[in-house]
Design a protein around this ligand. Sequence first.
Ligand code: SF4
Length: 55
Amino acid sequence: MAYKISDSCVACGTCINECPVEAISAGDIYVIDADKCISCGTCAGVCPSEAIAEE
Ligand code: SF4
């Protein structure tokens, strides 16, 4: 099960460099590619907006 970024995302960029498989893309809100995500949870742990959760 992949992680997903909700619309609580403020596009701060904290998560994007933490993902070990480069599954996160920048944008108005950030997006996780479910096909790349290995559900490690690293991004959820660093998000200051608590915008990332397992689907
Ligand atoms: Fe990347 Fe891990 Fe977050 Fe999936 S859960 S997007 S692999 S940091």
